[in-house]
Write a protein that binds this ligand. Structure first.
Ligand SMILES: Nc1nc2c(ncn2[C@@H]2O[C@H](COP(=O)(O)OP(=O)(O)OP(=O)(O)O)[C@@H](O)[C@H]2O)c(=O)[nH]1
Length: 577
């Protein structure tokens, strides 16, 4: 079974979603937290330091269950009971976007027994790759953990949790696989489209490559790849690249959907305004770095809405590319909306909001690559069609003749079948041009091409505008008798069919030259064309509005089947009228 491009696209896309879904399911299902007595954010003074001995009246629960996403110092407390001696892991739920954290561990008597630190801005090596998890051995007893987080901003609400090591190790590997494969795909796509940009010089490829690269920078920093693998601890790689990505996205959509000042003036100005807005937000992000991730959120919402509205408007005008783009847009927007609108997951021990964001971006960039590929194919097809089509009449042009006639010739040569060609020329066409003007001459050519097209009715018959007011009809596997009857039919039809201009009836006639050969290895195609041309010349000489046959053609015909019609010989040219 052969798949169409669209079916392949849907199928591949379906697999991607299935894979991501299974990955998420695995991360969610395998892990179980310990049983907590209580856990909440606490209010402290700015200068507060965790005591060596913790008294119960020292901590005050925070009235709000959430902390500010624009960063700062925050304290969290959780108390729990450990049933049996085991290795445990302390990590954060919801997000890895934490600059610096410290877990202070207290035993049942309230004595501080340990401290575990980490974070993106911290130089400590993570024991679990791409995670903030820290290992600790607990004995059966009561414990309290005070956690301090300090960050320029948070992507979502970090929520410390404790889980047995076995379940944790098993659960995080799925998330890590998703991260590494996803980022690998994004890297490959951005590299591919950058190379394409340099080879094809199409700006659309550059916008796409930059967009994907910036998304990759954002995701790989947020998901700790940059800090864990490359020891790059620059926190703002999370927020700044997304501002550039937003601008590139709008520019990409405008190029993909062909949004120009003339075709879609409102969308065009809206697109430029969005890019202007992103430029302002870039300046604001530098001035107010704590707010930079918040600007990203708004920018992502703005470019998604712009893409959706543009895609919808262009799709409603029947653009297939816009319809496919809408799918790509939704595949990002829907999960991305989830990622930016929710700030915490309940009951998902190792899933981070960044994972949802990664899946959203990954789905869209893959889909956009398909749409861009589809567009490139369409463009190639259109260019191919344009290169072989005559703009005025819509029939094939001489370029096509050059490429197509060789194939027909080889076929007839192999099968030893007759190959016929009719050369057609409009009579006294110059007079029509001179008397009525060039535009009437053009309409006359369209009129003649229309009648010729009706006469070349078999699938293998090909009509070509040879140049000026000359046409050629190629008839492979066709004996002279049939070719002659076609020429005669078309001559009569043109003579009979009136051509009107401004209620004036103009008389149009044509002259035809017919040539037929059975190709052999000593012959070239040009002998066939030359024969038809000579026959046409004779037709013009004999007073026009007639069909002439090149003499060799008649010899070929008599060798094959007796001619049905009576053809009189005239100096190498046979004439019928
Ligand atoms: N309107 C129009 N005229 C064209 C086009 N291509 C060629 N011509 C004109 O076609 C005319 C051809 O004139 P001639 O070659 O003298 O032939 P004719 O007037 O048809 O005379 P005969 O062929 O001898 O019957 C020229 O005036 C060209 O300028 C075209 O695409 N549009």
């Amino acid at each position: 079974m052969k798949w169409t491009y669209e079916q392949t696209l849907t199928r591949k896309y379906g697999f991607l979603y299935l894979w991501c879904f299974l990955a998420i399911q695995s991360t969610v299902c395998l892990a179980q937290d310990v049983q907590y007595h209580q856990r909440f954010w606490i209010i402290t003074d700015e200068e507060w330091q965790p005591p060596l001995v913790l008294k119960s009246d020292e901590i005050v629960p925070r009235p709000r269950q959430q902390i500010s996403l624009t960063g700062g110092v925050n304290w969290y407390i959780q108390s729990f009971r450990i049933p049996e001696t085991e290795q445990y892991v302390v990590d954060f739920r919801n997000t890895s976007v934490i600059g610096q954290f410290d877990h202070y561990i207290y035993d049942g008597r309230g004595i501080q027994i340990g401290r575990l630190s980490g974070g993106i801005q911290n130089l400590q090596i993570n024991p679990f790759m791409l995670r903030h998890g820290r290992m600790v051995r607990f004995f059966p007893s009561e414990y309290v953990i005070l956690t301090r987080t300090e960050s320029p901003f948070f992507l979502a609400q970090p929520e410390p949790f404790i889980m047995p090591l076995d379940g944790y190790s098993c659960a995080v590997k799925w998330g890590n696989t998703l991260v590494l494969v996803g980022l690998g795909v994004m890297f490959a796509l951005s590299f591919l489209y950058l190379v394409r940009y340099f080879s094809q010089r199409r700006l659309e490829n550059l916008y796409y490559a930059l967009f994907v690269f910036c998304c990759m920078a954002y995701n790989s920093t947020a998901l700790l790849v940059v800090s864990d693998l490359f020891h790059l601890n620059w926190f703002y790689l999370i927020s700044y690249p997304m501002i550039l990505a937003s601008g590139c996205y709008i520019a990409f959509v405008m190029t993909l959907l062909n949004i120009r000042k003339r075709s879609y003036p409102i969308l065009y100005f809206l697109g430029l305004s969005c890019i202007g807005l992103f430029a302002v937000s870039a300046v604001m992000a530098i001035l107010f770095p704590h707010w930079s991730l918040e600007f990203d959120r708004y920018n992502i919402a703005v470019f998604s809405v712009y893409g959706f509205v543009s895609g919808l408007i262009v799709a409603l005008r029947g653009s297939r590319i816009a319809q496919l783009y809408l799918l790509a847009n939704l595949s990002f927007s829907l999960p991305a909306l989830v990622a930016i609108s929710i700030t915490r997951f309940n009951n998902s021990s190792t899933l981070l909001i960044e994972h949802i964001g990664l899946i959203a971006v990954l789905a869209e960039v893959i889909m956009l690559a398909f749409v861009s590929e589809y567009q490139a194919r369409q463009r190639k097809k259109m260019l191919e069609a344009a290169s072989k089509t005559d703009v005025l009449t819509g029939v094939f042009n001489r370029n096509y003749l050059e490429s197509h006639i060789d194939q027909c010739w080889s076929l007839c040569l192999t099968e030893q079948q007759p190959f016929s060609l009719i050369m057609v020329d409009v009579d006294h066409f110059k007079q029509i041009n001179d008397a009525w003007g060039h535009s009437v001459g053009d309409s006359c050519l369209v009129h003649v091409a229309g009648i010729l097209r009706q006469s070349a009715k078999r699938r293998t018959d090909v009509l070509i505008r040879y140049g000026g007011e000359e046409f050629v009809v190629i008839l492979p596997n066709t004996p002279l008798s049939y070719a002659y009857s076609v020429a005669e039919e078309v001559r009569l039809n043109i003579e009979k069919t009136p051509f009107f201009y401004d209620q004036n009836r103009l008389s149009v006639t044509i002259s035809c030259g017919v040539s037929t050969v059975i190709p052999n290895y000593d012959m070239t195609i040009y002998e066939l064309i030359e024969g038809a041309d000579q026959a046409l010349y004779q037709a013009k000489k004999s007073g026009r509005n007639c069909v002439k046959i090149y003499n060799n053609a008649r010899e070929v015909e008599t060798r094959l089947i007796p001619l049905a019609r009576d053809m009189s010989d005239t100096a190498g040219i046979s004439e019928q009228q």
